[in-house]
Unconditional design. Structure first.
Length: 193
């Protein structure tokens, strides 16, 4: 409890000086509160089942297009105590990109934020529909500042592969055009824990 009193005092002092210092003090206090979990008790805020819904995508994958051509390799790993899935893409042509995927308890939705070296910024959210993970939102083409509705669907297949299907709308979401379709096959024998 003494730590909380010290933190309140630091926050008040920092607020008087500058907003940046306030944020730094808040981060320090949050870190201190997390570190003060009881001995032997691991802080596992993302241990619930809802945080595991997207685990079928974990692993080291070779990705092929519908016609069987290699599109690239994708590695999906669990990070930050199981709170984040980190995607690291390397295309067959040398293109790269990465995404951060996470479940938000306050919204009850999964979120993905993707950025590629080519300047595609995808910001989508949604959830499991009983068969697939379906996330919708927008894609922004950084070079032109064009923003379009965007949808991503990840479907685990019976043979262990995952189908990823991205669509973009050019008319505000009335109709959708395929943007990318990839079939993920594991390069490793078992998914990451």
């Amino acid at each position: 409890m003494a730590q909380a009193k010290i933190c309140r005092k630091r926050l008040a002092q920092a607020a008087a000086q500058h907003l940046v210092l306030t944020l730094a003090a808040a981060v320090t206090c949050v870190g201190s509160a997390i570190a003060q979990t009881s001995a032997g008790e691991a802080a596992a805020p993302c241990a619930g089942e809802e945080f595991r819904t997207f685990d079928f995508w974990l692993g080291d994958w070779q990705v092929r297009t519908a016609d069987g051509k290699v599109a690239g390799a994708n590695r999906i790993t669990r990070r930050e105590g199981g709170c984040v899935l980190l995607e690291q893409w390397i295309g067959a042509s040398g293109s790269t990109g990465m995404s951060m995927n996470f479940y938000s308890p306050s919204s009850g939705r999964w979120n993905q934020v993707w950025h590629s070296a080519s300047g595609a910024l995808i910001d989508i959210s949604g959830g499991w529909d009983g068969e697939s993970m379906v996330l919708t939102g927008t894609i922004e083409y950084v070079a032109t500042a064009a923003i379009q509705p965007f949808r991503g669907t990840w479907t685990p297949l019976d043979d262990g592969r995952v189908r990823q299907f991205f669509e973009q709308s050019d008319d505000g979401g009335d109709t959708w055009q395929p943007w990318f379709e990839g079939f993920y096959a594991r390069r490793d024998a078992s998914p990451e824990p």
